[in-house]
Ligand binder design. Structure first.
Ligand code: URA
Ligand code: CA
Length: 445
């Protein structure tokens, strides 16, 4: 078997064999196949697609390209959660402590920001003193002791994805269904949990912009996960505006604390409760997701979730007092509140542009290895469908300099469009996909 033969077959749209897939995945993990051949193959896959069987073989080969975490020392059913990426998307920080407070172990490996989307690890590191680098024994011990740990990847998981993802990023092959499915699921399967809840975003800030593509992605992930032997449930949620109102690392930690303290309601809370409800069901603690949601509310109202977040922060070396006094989080140099300057209605938002604005302020990396400024970002005061007057608050900017605040304000104003006519609110939930089928939901916004 040679890479040229594999390339020739995929170029013609033929179905690759398990052996062929194993061959190039091994070559990607071990860097024995040159990047130009892998890049050509990725483009052939992007253009010609893969069958379900190929996608499953690819996912399993990528899972097996490195270590598989062994979480068996943690009692109970471990349920992981993964978002396909969004803006102001802080559900992990809200739901992980709540799910743990409800009695389901949360052993979570999270990621860093990517492009316009934020990452849980970067958000957590904005908490003074907190580390996300735990050894495998420390990680397992913490979950056994307090029920929750959110850390960076421990061990050498799915190294083939590292090679392939870096190439996709620079060859315009990120938006390929089989490549997304195998990238996400190989890592989730290697992370060792027993079941997975996926938050598949749809809309202007999501990897898939249309609902039909998002549903196809969710259905493929559920099928492949099921074939790999793990129950997977996918909830399709809206990314036509940031999920929470806060965008930026310390700002999103503050919002998660506000939600867990009962001070803030809204879409971030609603989506976190729903995802958590599904996690509790897959963990076997409740009979359906609605009951799981009610348990989540109990843990919120009793303060048990906030208490669990404090325990987790302390266990990972951070200062838990941030939960009582959010001013202990990093504070920006320049804080500026601006008004809408317009009578009308908020029609739509370019969510990706909003994420890029935060990235450019220093909340995300422009180049590999960039140092983040945890304090920067913005809080949006309007949601799609809101009616505004000229003096209605529009957003508050948290910037390093006046010039950067100017630039961000311009970008955010361009990303939010107004109308003179009333506009519908943006839906929060679109569909639920399980191995039993797909349920489309009415607009519940
Ligand atoms: N996140 C991933 O990890 N991989 C993808 O392909 C897309 C989003
Ligand atoms: Ca730190």
């Amino acid at each position: 078997m040679t890479m040229l033969e594999i390339l020739a077959r995929k170029k013609m749209g033929q179905e690759l064999t398990r052996e062929e897939i194993a061959y190039f995945v091994k070559g990607a993990a071990e860097h024995t196949i040159p990047d130009y051949q892998l890049a050509a193959l990725l483009m052939a896959i992007r253009l010609n697609g893969m069958t379900d069987r190929e996608t499953t073989e690819l996912t399993l080969a990528m899972r097996d390209s490195g270590d598989i975490a062994d979480l068996s020392a943690i009692p109970g059913i471990k349920v992981d959660k993964h978002s396909t990426g969004g803006v102001g998307d802080t559900t992990t920080l809200v739901l992980a402590p709540l799910v743990a407070a409800c009695g389901a172990p949360v052993a979570k490996m999270s990621g860093r920001g990517l492009g316009h989307t934020g990452g849980t690890l970067d958000k957590l590191e904005s908490i003074p003193g907190l580390t996300v680098s735990l050894s495998v024994p420390e990680f397992i011990d913490q979950v056994r002791r307090i029920g929750v740990a959110v850390v960076g990847q421990t061990g050498h998981l799915a190294p083939a994805d590292k090679t392939l993802y870096a190439l996709r990023d620079v060859t315009s092959t990120v938006d390929s269904l089989p490549l997304i499915v195998s990238s996400i699921l190989s890592k989730k399967l290697a992370a060792g949990s027993d079941a997975i809840v996926l938050d598949v975003k749809t809309g202007s800030g999501a990897i898939m912009h249309t609902l039909e593509d998002s549903i196809r992605l969710a259905e493929a992930m559920v099928r492949v996960g099921t074939l790999a032997g793990k129950p997977v449930v996918a909830v399709i949620t809206g990314m036509d505006q940031p999920l929470g109102t806060h965008v930026g690392n310390a700002l999103e930690v503050k919002e998660a604390i506000d939600v867990l303290s009962g001070r803030t309601e809204g879409d971030l809370l609603t989506v976190s409760m729903t995802l958590g409800g599904h996690m509790l069901r897959l963990a076997g603690l409740v009979s359906d997701a609605a009951e799981g949601g009610r348990r989540m509310w109990d843990a919120l109202n009793s303060g048990a979730g906030l208490q669990k977040l404090k325990e987790m922060i302390a266990a990972q070396g951070g200062n838990p007092a941030v939960c009582d006094d959010v001013s202990l989080l990093p504070q920006a140099n320049v804080i500026r509140t601006v008004t809408c300057g317009r009578n009308g209605y908020v029609r739509s938002m370019d969510t990706m542009a909003l994420g890029l604005a935060a990235q450019e302020m220093g909340a995300g990396r422009m180049e590999l290895g960039d140092q983040l400024d945890y304090s920067v970002g913005f809080v949006l005061s309007v949601r799609v469908g809101d009616r505004t007057e000229s003096d209605t608050p529009f957003c508050t900017l948290y910037a390093r300099t006046e010039e950067e605040a100017d630039r961000a304000e311009k970008a955010i104003r361009e990303a939010v469009r107004f109308s003179d006519e009333p506009c519908p609110r943006a839906p929060v939930f679109y569909a639920i996909v399980t191995s039993e089928g797909t349920w489309r939901l009415e607009d519940k916004a």
